[in-house]
Write a protein that binds this ligand. Structure first.
Ligand code: AMP
Ligand code: MG
Length: 286
């Protein structure tokens, strides 16, 4: 089975428009998935999530002893209704919230606007031993900001290099980034927006502004195309996960994380005390 990271990685010649949002690249053979892919995925993702929990605990434990500066960041970008929240819920289901920091990025506050665009991002990075989740990220500053001319082209066009430099610096400092774009089709977005209007329990997720963004679909796709190809580096590659099928999306993101952790191979630290002596003391003390 080839590494899913290789299959989904963005390369200089990747064309977002040529990636089918309903596709299921890298899936284990049809036989394994069976007739009920949703059920297969649910079982599989639950199992992978348990593995991730083990990795998370070992990374957390080793950082506690100061033995590692390793930390992992799952960075998610998508068009509205792309499934960022659902993905996070699914892939982190087995993890300890105490070893995790999840951050969502909305329009910058007044204070954030007074600083460089990476200021708030630096502050939100996971500490050593932690798993971080970014729901949106520094990439909004070359996506919505570019599409709506919130700053001039002279400013946003410099940001790709700034992001690459920032990410290389973080990677050198022990941060492993798993950057994922959840790729949905325009038709699927329409369906999901309709669901948010039809179901009173989902109304809160709907924002009338979503239609303004939807009207700029093609501009967003172009902005994504550039961000993905210009910022898919060896230190921090991008992955495009076809996301019209939620069961595939969940499996793919969980698998990307599992492969990443397997490479990092975090280990429990050796105790800095004499285990046998402590046991003897405890037993003797009654
Ligand atoms: P939601 O994720 O639905 O809560 O929406 C958050 C909104 O904040 C999205 O429309 C983002 O595009 C927007 N946003 C995030 N970062 C920025 C930014 N740096 N500048 C402007 N808007 C942003
Ligand atoms: Mg929204």
């Amino acid at each position: 089975m080839p590494d899913l990271r290789d299959i989904l990685r963005v390369r200089p010649d990747t064309r977002l428009a040529e990636i089918d949002p309903r596709g299921t690249p890298g899936l284990p053979g049809g036989k394994t998935v069976g007739k009920d892919p949703k059920r297969w995925s649910k079982t599989e993702v639950a199992a992978i999530s348990q593995e991730l929990a083990g990795y998370q605990e070992r990374m957390f434990a080793s950082a506690k002893e100061g033995a590692t500066d390793k930390r992992v960041l799952l960075l998610l970008q998508a068009m509205d209704c792309g499934g960022k929240d659902g993905t996070v819920r699914n892939v982190t289901q087995g993890m300890s919230p105490a070893g995790m920091t999840a951050v969502s990025f909305g329009p910058p506050s007044e204070e954030e606007r007074r600083h460089d665009f990476l200021w708030r991002v630096r502050r939100a990075l996971p500490a050593p031993g932690y798993v971080g989740i970014f729901n949106r990220s520094q990439y909004e500053d070359v996506l919505i900001v570019r599409v709506h001319d919130l700053v001039g082209e002279d400013v946003w066009s410099q940001r790709y290099d700034a992001i690459n430099e920032f990410e290389a610096e973080q990677a050198a400092g022990g941060l492993t980034m798993v950057k994922v774009m959840l790729h949905i089709s325009k038709g699927e977005q329409k369906q999901r927006l309709l669901d948010r209007l039809d179901d009173p329990a989902k109304n809160w997720k709907y924002n009338p502004g979503d239609l303004t963004e939807r009207a700029r679909w093609d501009d967003y796709q172009q902005a994504y195309q550039d961000a993905l190809t210009r910022c898919s580096t060896a230190a921090a590659p991008w992955h495009v996960v076809p996301a019209d099928r939620k069961w595939y999306r969940n499996w793919a993101v969980a698998t990307l994380l599992r492969e990443t952790f397997a490479d990092l191979d975090p280990r429990y630290p050796a105790p800095d005390f004499d285990v046998d002596a402590e046991r003897a003391k405890l037993l003797a003390a009654g």
